[in-house]
Design a protein. Structure first.
Length: 131
């Protein structure tokens, strides 16, 4: 569960304050170096857009970091932001059990879903069909 406290830092802010400013490199020069438009970097450092997988690869190469660093920061920021906007109070927790669900197939088969142990689950590749 995401805490509703202080927001995680946007990765664009980290890029700006921990890399571009200390290195004395402009948004334009950095954009040229990693092969993207100046506007793209400007949107990121001004926290108007997030870090994509492709951008994470570019940042990691240019800044000697890992793509995961940038993607993890973005994911934490996005999850926190979504948690502020979405109410989960009305959503009920569902659990697996021995229930039969009707499948809307033309032949009217029903699929029986049953709880199986972890070791058995590996060997079971399909749900049991009842005719």
């Amino acid at each position: 569960m995401i805490k509703r406290g202080m927001a995680p830092v946007h990765p664009g802010r980290v890029l700006k304050e921990m890399y571009l400013e200390p290195l004395g490199i402009s948004v334009t020069d950095f954009a040229d170096n990693i092969g993207v438009a100046r506007r793209t970097i400007s949107l990121i450092v001004n926290e108007h857009c997030g870090i994509s997988a492709g951008m994470a690869l570019r940042l990691s190469k240019a800044l000697n970091t890992t793509p995961e660093l940038w993607l993890n920061m973005q994911q934490k920021y996005d999850l926190w932001d979504a948690a502020q906007k979405i109410s989960l109070k009305e959503i009920k927790h569902l659990t697996a059990g021995a229930q039969v669900f009707n499948r809307s197939a033309s032949h009217g088969d029903s699929v029986a879903l049953r709880k199986v142990s972890t070791t058995k689950r590996r060997s079971v590749s399909k749900a049991t069909l009842k005719h």
